[in-house]
Design a protein around this ligand. Sequence first.
Ligand code: 8YV
Length: 340
Amino acid sequence: MQSDKQKILVTHAIFPDVIARLQTHFDVEVNDSGTALTEAELIRRGADKDGLMVIGDRIPAELIAQAPRLKALANMAVGYNNLPLDAMTPRGIVGTNTPDVLNETTADLGWALLMATARRITEAEHYLRAGKWQSWHYDMLTGVDIHGATLGVVGMGRIGQAVARRALGFGMRVIYHNRSQVAPEIEQALHAEWVDRDTLLRQADHVVLVLPYTPQAHHLIGARELQLMKPTATLVNIARGGIVDDAALVTALREKRIAGAGLDVFEGEPALHPGLLELNNVVLTPHIGSASIPTRRAMANLAADNLIAALGVGPHAGNPPNVVNPDARLHRPASGGAQA
Ligand code: 8YV
């Protein structure tokens, strides 16, 4: 029998209880193949859907053109540069994200990378496992100090603030760069001082990138910026691939123009610049910033809440909590989201 429920696609397997919750409202199709859908598959499987829960996939604008019933794309991520908003908004298709619930977990990972990079943890473990630890030497695997050093945070949003807050425990000086200065009470609480970007790069011992990806942020850190950094400095990217020019970074690391880098995100991921794999002054993780079970669960539930509300059902029907393109409402057909 034909169901009259709205149809949704979830682009990767997620917690079964979250899927069950979605099933109370919708006909749910899940890509549980364990691999990402190709662009062509996304377009084909999205074509008859009312909504999508998007998990890390770059959604082609073509899907929007091919899916006449589509009303909402709920991203299970805080970043949403993977959604084709320019195609969605004029069609009245709402996009949502999952802010806040991942701030602390992502900040923790930023610090894990900072500390692993500064203290050469990955390199030291490889050294030990390879049986190279035969004797002691005063400068064996010496790193860069974290306590008392200067932390430079690029992007002082909610995750940037969580990164900066952790620096208090290490007695660090905190400088930050953000398009606009944060409120004075936040600066005071974090002991953080706004500086221009070049000053930050020149003065920081540890630079952490926590800004959203926008076309203006593309290759924000390239050869020129890496040249400004101290030769003893480290660079951590927990934001998005493409903010750092990975080829320029490989050259800088190879020539030891900075001490090291800790990277969770890459241009063209899951592929990465092959040069990165040859270097031992870089710590690499596969985009795991938000990867703890409680946080991923909170993200999945929030994305589900957004999708349910955006498709006109549940307690927040018509008012999803985390809309990223509010102008889409101006283009919505008068009837609004269909009811399940
Ligand atoms: C996601 C992320 O896990 O929230 C973000 O922006 O980068 C990660 O937390 C990843 O994008 C998959 O959706």
